[in-house]
Design a protein around this ligand. Sequence first.
Ligand SMILES: Nc1ncnc2c1ncn2[C@@H]1O[C@H](COP(=O)(O)OP(=O)(O)O)[C@@H](O)[C@H]1O
Ligand SMILES: [Mg+2]
Length: 225
Amino acid sequence: MHKKLRHLTHQILTTQEEERKKISRELHDEVVQTLVGINVELSSLMHGNTSEVEHLKEKIARTQRLVEDSVDSVHRFARDLRPAVLDDLGLIPALHAFCKSLPARKNLKIHLTAFSGVEKLESDRRIVLYRVAQEALTNVARHARATTVKISILKIGDKLRMEIRDNGKAFSVRKILHAKSKRLGLVGMKERVEMVDGSFTIESTPGKGTVVRAEIPFIAGKSIK
Ligand SMILES: Nc1ncnc2c1ncn2[C@@H]1O[C@H](COP(=O)(O)OP(=O)(O)O)[C@@H](O)[C@H]1O
Ligand SMILES: [Mg+2]
């Protein structure tokens, strides 16, 4: 028991540290770089001898685009950390927003069908579904080389079933789950789902693609609307 707890604590801390590292790296790469760019533009405006109005306008427009980029990045950060729409508008709008902003979306068709009653689900459970979809879709975008992905949320008896199905290249789930140096994406999804008494499965079939499936008991909570 003691050993198991220590192992768990260790895993939580490692995950937290990994997340922080990721956020810090992305903050640096996206936001800081753009801010530095803005500063360079501004100082060239200050010291340059551009008396031509057109030239000045051009420079200002370029600086404005950089500001817009960093506003977008900060928005994305805030949303990834804890999407306000999830609390305010619900899971389905939050998933729509996430899909719309998924990088590498250009070459990926995303379909979302959802049982509207999912918004009545207890809020902790909605968050589990959101985090699983977020990770699964990020994996599809990052690893699958798929052309379509379908997300469905269905009510089946007293359970909710969410599936993320892609048509990309398959992988050996068993190998990944039993690998010594574990990646935390798949493991994290499984842990979250099992925390709310759900079951989590992944099927990956060569020539067909991957299905990530989470099934959790439907327990209603305070409705958001
Ligand atoms: N939908 C998918 N299609 C193809 N490969 C996948 C998919 N999801 C996961 N994988 C494979 O499983 C591995 C582990 O995934 P994950 O635990 O989320 O870690 P990470 O995304 O950080 O690599 C990935 O590196 C990838 O090789
Ligand atoms: Mg992943």
